[in-house]
Design a protein around this ligand. Structure first.
Ligand code: IMP
Length: 425
């Protein structure tokens, strides 16, 4: 069984990009299975910054093939822009990038309505990335979406775009927005389709062939478990399945192909956008984590909300993902603190809860355990055994409370600033 799933165990931004990048040399195929241009990962290629939202960062390894599968929603302009940015820096994607003909297309009306709705919600806004993700998934489920394959069929595209715009018309009228014309959308997207055509195919077949050849497949999730449409802090969630199970539907494989699930968690917690966040620190400690951890979104630039590690959320993530192990990131950010707090349970109406409740997460009181911090620089440690004693104890406590072992530990942003990196397959 050759497939490994990497998912976010918190609210996204756990550092999946770096971990996928580290595991890519061991993989033959990297598959992005959910989400869209709401995700973002900043890479440095040839000394210059490139932000990838859709193409797996595995593309930087010349021998690796990358798939953007049908569980994703694609903004063709963003995808083509990423391809050009990469090729301008000498990274060719020809023959190595495969884009699903079944993935749904983010259209201009989706981005517009995302923004209009957020503005209308005011203080209750979800804090979406305004990349049109929710409305595109809405059209997919409503069976009025446009798929990438439709971009290569102009007559069919026109029919679908017309029906789609008609469906949005009353909503735009109510929200006071202006819908684009059928003609403008069709003209623009036929052109985009022509440019995308060399990459478009039935990606599930590619993944299947890879499985049959017993190749190693890395399935890359987007966002995090607490933002999952089914398991997250609904309605403050994204619109797709960010959990490991989403890899099956999103990539087009059976659960029997998956041998391992690695959940990525920061050594503390962050969240962008609205919604409950029990361990949030609204004081100087929160600022300290934000500045030390560079906690500003790579897609929207928004400052991230920061807090102590939330074990109940991680426990749930371990359960719903079937997590085999945790990859712990940004441990270095905690260096220098006298003591560290970890939320090990919540209290709600006098009751102790070990996992997030159905509702009331915004009212829970975190129950904290306090552990001693460490002052020694950890960024040079390449083995867990080289970490300061208190850092090792912190990791052991997390393993005990969550009930899942910690494998890899990231101690800095660079590839080599990693402890206990081993072949994950
Ligand atoms: P949407 O996915 O743009 O609809 O946003 C829904 C929620 O998910 C908002 O709170 C976003 O901030 C959050 N979100 C979406 N993508 C990411 C991500 O890649 N990292 C962290 N948060 C995200």
């Amino acid at each position: 069984m050759p497939a490994l799933v990497v998912v976010g165990a918190q609210w996204g931004d756990e550092g999946k990009g770096k971990i996928v990048d580290l595991y890519t040399p061991y993989a033959d195929l990297v598959v992005r299975f959910a989400g869209g241009a709401n995700a973002g990962h900043t890479l440095v290629v040839g000394g210059e910054k490139v932000i990838l939202h859709l193409i797996p960062s595995g593309i930087l390894h010349q021998g690796t093939r990358c798939v953007v599968a049908q569980g994703t929603v694609l903004d063709p302009e963003v995808l083509l822009n990423e391809i050009s940015q990469l090729s301008a820096r000498g990274v060719s994607v020809e023959g190595r990038l495969f884009v699903s003909d079944r993935a749904h297309v983010v259209l201009p009306q989706h981005k517009l309505v995302d923004g209009l709705r957020e503005a209308q919600k005011g203080a209750n806004a979800i804090g979406t990335t305004k990349r049109g993700i929710g409305p595109t998934y809405e059209d997919k489920v409503g069976r009025r979406g446009v798929r990438i394959g439709d971009l290569l069929r102009p007559a069919l595209l026109e029919e679908k775009v017309r029906a789609n715009l008609e469906a949005w018309s009353p909503i735009f009228e109510k929200l006071g927005g202006t819908l684009p014309s059928v003609e403008s959308v069709v003209a623009q997207y036929v052109e985009l389709g022509k440019r995308l055509e060399p990459y478009v195919c039935d990606t599930a077949s590619i993944v299947h062939t890879s499985i049959q050849k017993d190749e190693k497949i890395l399935l890359e999730g987007a966002q995090g478990t607490m933002l999952d449409i089914d398991h997250g802090t609904y309605p403050f969630v994204t619109s797709s399945n960010a959990v490991a199970g989403g890899a099956c539907a999103g990539a087009g494989i059976g659960p029997t192909a998956i041998q391992k699930v690695i959940g990525i968690s920061k050594a503390y917690a962050t969240r962008v956008g609205g919604g409950p966040f029990p361990t949030e620190l609204l004081d100087e400690m929160g600022d300290l984590l934000r500045n030390a951890g560079g906690e500003f979104g790579s897609t929207t630039g928004r400052p991230r909300r920061c807090g102590w590690l939330d074990v109940p959320a991680l426990r749930m993530a371990a359960r719903v993902n079937g997590m085999s192990e945790i990859a712990l990131t940004k441990l270095d950010v905690l260096t220098g603190l006298d003591e560290l707090k970890v939320c090990v349970a919540y209290e709600l109406d006098g009751e102790k809860l070990l996992e997030p409740p159905y509702d009331g997460l915004e009212s829970v009181k975190p129950i904290y355990e306090t552990l001693p911090g460490w002052k020694e620089d950890v960024s040079g440690c390449r083995k867990r055994s080289e970490l300061p004693e208190n850092a090792q104890k912190y990791i052991e406590a997390i393993e005990k409370w969550v009930g899942v072992k910690v494998g890899l530990v990231s101690v800095g942003p660079d590839r080599d600033q990693t402890a206990d990196l081993v072949d994950p397959f």
